[in-house]
Design a binder for this molecule. Sequence first.
Ligand code: MG
Length: 158
Amino acid sequence: MRIGCGFDVHRLVPDRPLILGGVQIPYELGLAGHSDADVLLHAICDALLGALALGDIGQHFPDDDPRYSGCDSRELLKQVFQLIQERGYRLGNLDATLVLQQPRVAPFLPAMREQIAPLLDTPLENVSLKATTSEQLGFTGRGEGIAAQAVVLLLAQT
Ligand code: MG
């Protein structure tokens, strides 16, 4: 068994779509970033890479590489999980938390799970997603950005 944790933050800005867990969420602001800035999928990528000590998402997908400009982070997650599988591991389970004040994303969590589980070749029951506010404290509380953290357990393929 291997465990990994990931953490990511992106800034909320005008004129960008808000994409979380592969799902576009209606809101007046979106996340800034080189890719689609899906902070949740980035935290999950880092947790997976961390579990096998494979570095981080910035090393695998540099933000000055034009190939990843505007790219769909589901594609990055797919590539990261391929590395995990090539090394003989599968997902045991994933537990992740979004930290944001607004918008309310609870209604979208089921759709995000539906996006993420197949990318990790696992049933829905192994994918847990949660969302919390930070009680209006800090940058997430002021609505300046969104943070995400993720923990994964990987199991050696049998
Ligand atoms: Mg990121």
